[in-house]
Write a protein that binds this ligand. Structure first.
Ligand code: BDR
Ligand code: CA
Length: 306
């Protein structure tokens, strides 16, 4: 069992990732921390609580930062995930509430209580992860790993020609995270742009898992329209679930080890690139993916739900 904290900005593909983690017998979900990006931090927190509520999973949600470390806050990705974060699904009102600790405090506490066991899985901007490192730099030597959905090496960007959305929303935080000496894996657009699920794949979830599959199928309709309009693809990119799946299924991926840095200003702001800096540690950068294996792992796990 992999003990995982997902740092998330739900978000349609975040919902896929969180529900996958709730169902997977290989993952012990230790909590969710929330961040702006696809939506505001307030909406992300409400949506994280709503996901746990529909999954019937009782773990903590800790609210994260409201804005990036340095740069001006950018607009949430309304056009990708809808005004409330789950496409056209109306806003939910979960009965659960967030804990009193901040995301950074929660991450530091859980890592310290479980040395060598926790994998952090940020699938939004990296602000909370950078703040946790600032709060307690010793967590770098106590995590099992940090699996990041974000960036790209050869694939270019998805919000600018150079930048992937999660890195672009807080490039300074991302660069601080890449500069730390801890075991990191980058699940970027190089692999997530290859993993596409279709409207038929999502419709097929509904008979087996009417509640969880039905919710994801409803939320995904808006996300499909965005992908059709902007990327010209039939279906959607499975960014965040691919990152979570990689934690317990590394054999589905080909990897390259290189240090990374982020361009924090100028025309290429938000671009991740191989670093020449001598003090940077290598990151495991996922470059190849068994697409059918990831699709099957995701779809079968959701179908195993209710
Ligand atoms: C990433 O940005 C967000 O829109 C998605 O949830 C994913 O985490 C993809 O670039
Ligand atoms: Ca996300």
């Amino acid at each position: 069992m992999e003990k995982v904290i997902i740092d998330t900005d739900p978000g349609v593909d975040d919902a896929m990732a969180v529900l996958y983690a709730c169902l997977s017998p290989e993952i012990e979900l230790m909590g969710l921390t929330t961040i702006f990006g696809n939506v505001t931090t307030d909406i992300a927190t409400r949506n994280a609580l709503a996901l746990l509520e529909i999954a019937g999973v009782d773990v903590s949600v800790a609210r994260g930062a409201d804005k990036p470390l340095v740069q001006e806050q950018r607009e949430p990705a309304w056009e990708v995930h809808g005004r409330e974060g789950f496409g056209d699904v109306p806003a939910m009102s979960p009965a659960l509430s967030a804990i009193d600790e901040t995301a950074a405090e929660f991450i530091c506490r859980i890592v310290n209580e479980n040395p060598g066991e926790i994998t952090l899985c940020p699938v939004g901007p990296l602000t909370n992860i950078a703040l946790a490192l600032r709060l307690d730099p010793t967590i770098a030597s106590k995590v099992k790993g940090v699996t990041i959905m974000g960036g790209s090496i050869d694939e270019g960007g998805n919000v600018t020609p150079h930048a992937e959305a999660n890195i672009w929303q807080d490039p300074h935080a991302a660069d601080e995270v890449f500069a730390a000496n801890w075991p990191m894996t980058l699940v970027g657009l190089d692999v997530t742009h290859q993993v596409i699920c279709t409207p038929e794949d999502f419709a097929a979830l509904v008979p087996d898992a009417p509640k969880l599959g039905g919710f994801l199928n409803d939320a995904a309709q808006f996300y499909f329209q965005f992908h059709r309009k902007v990327d010209g693809i039939y279906g959607c990119h499975m960014h965040d679930p691919t990152a979570v799946i990689s934690i317990a299924h590394s054999s589905l991926f080909g990897v390259d080890h290189k240090p990374l840095e982020v361009i924090v200003d100028g025309e290429e702001v938000g671009r991740t690139k191989i670093s020449e800096k001598s003090d940077r540690n290598a990151v495991a950068i996922l470059r190849e993916v068994d697409v059918a294996g990831v699709q099957e792992e995701f779809l079968s796990m959701i179908k195993s739900g209710f």
